[in-house]
Design a binder for this molecule. Sequence first.
Ligand code: ATP
Ligand code: MG
Length: 405
Amino acid sequence: MQYSEIMVRYGELSTKGKNRKDFIRQLGRNVRHSLHDFEGLDIRAQYDRLHVALNGNDSTAVIERLKGVFGIENFSPVIKLEKDFEAVKETALQMIQAQYEPGMTFKINTRRQDHQFEYDTNQINDKLGGHILRNVPGIKVKMKNPDITLRVEVRLNGIFLSSETIPGAGGLPVGTGGKATMMLSGGIDSPVAAYLGMKRGVKLDMVHFFSPPYTSEQALAKAKELTSKVAGYAGSINFIQVPFTKVQETIKEKVPEGYLMTIQRRMMLRIAAAITLARGDKGVFTGESLGQVASQTLESMMAINDVTNLPVLRPLVSMDKTEIIKIAEKIDTYDLSILPFEDCCTIFTPPAPKTRPDLEKTRNFEKLIDVDGLMQEALDGIEVTVIHPGENFMNQSEDVFAELL
Ligand code: ATP
Ligand code: MG
């Protein structure tokens, strides 16, 4: 069907009272950004709904994009007609036929703003319903929970028909929740945590630690590519890479094996916190999930969290791995995440890290290294790249996959 516009209904933001204006403005901006490469669209974010006039663009492609914009509860492709009732009947019938499968039920739901129109609401329901019953063999009317609801709105400027409600991504528009940093590894969990953080309206800066030559170029490229996958929800994302080799080598040399992991994590979080403050961000997201590995017990979290007062947000804290994987598959990061390029943590993880590190001992062992000097050196070496949705970083990625399979 050639639709004239997509009508977008807001999600949770409608309940946000005085912030409502900001939310609608931000959502409008995000929708415009996500559809920037379509020509001739007319996007209007109004008080109760957002309208995307297609002006000849293909609705399917626009719908796919809209599915990735947080803050949208659902949306409907709409056909706008002149006030010609014969044309309304014809189009209504086509819309139903496009969706009808044997045994389905329907109802017509009319709203009339234009009281000059030749028929009132009941007459419109009756006439359109009758026309459909006569022309779609087997279809039945059902008032409660029908399979298809055909909405008819008679407005001053035309008659609008829609028969489909497509679920949106939910959540809050990215940007309305402020900015934070995300500690992004190349694993399964952190991209999912990033997705969930953005879903609550937070704009994220990615911080990634890498340790050449212990970690490969491909490991770095993988983290960038994961960022480009989730950038679809955010527009674009700053990717901040932090050289971590010197820190890890020093810790490995100076600190007892049982505390290597805890102290490495403290250094990561310290550096991430410094970057957070320097950028004016307000918190640090991680992909940690309680009990998943040695560094993710409550005792470990306490010993690691000790280095900062910033909120450390862990969207996956109570999720099972299977639940996390389900989301990773949905957001299309899973296949990339499972490519086995060694991460900086895997390489320097001792065979038996302490699952219950002692806070006092941790603090004392850390005195064996030059915390401030190492931190400064790492911060001096950071590089920032702006990553856009769908950008590719894994060169010859097909060969890479082929080799691994
Ligand atoms: P993930 O799948 O996200 O890598 P994981 O289960 O492998 O998580 P860890 O390796 O223990 O768990 O890492 C826990 C969290 O620490 C990660 O989710 C991420 O937020 C952060 N982290 C780990 N490695 C890095 C890294 N190289 N750069 C930035 N953050 C990291
Ligand atoms: Mg990991």
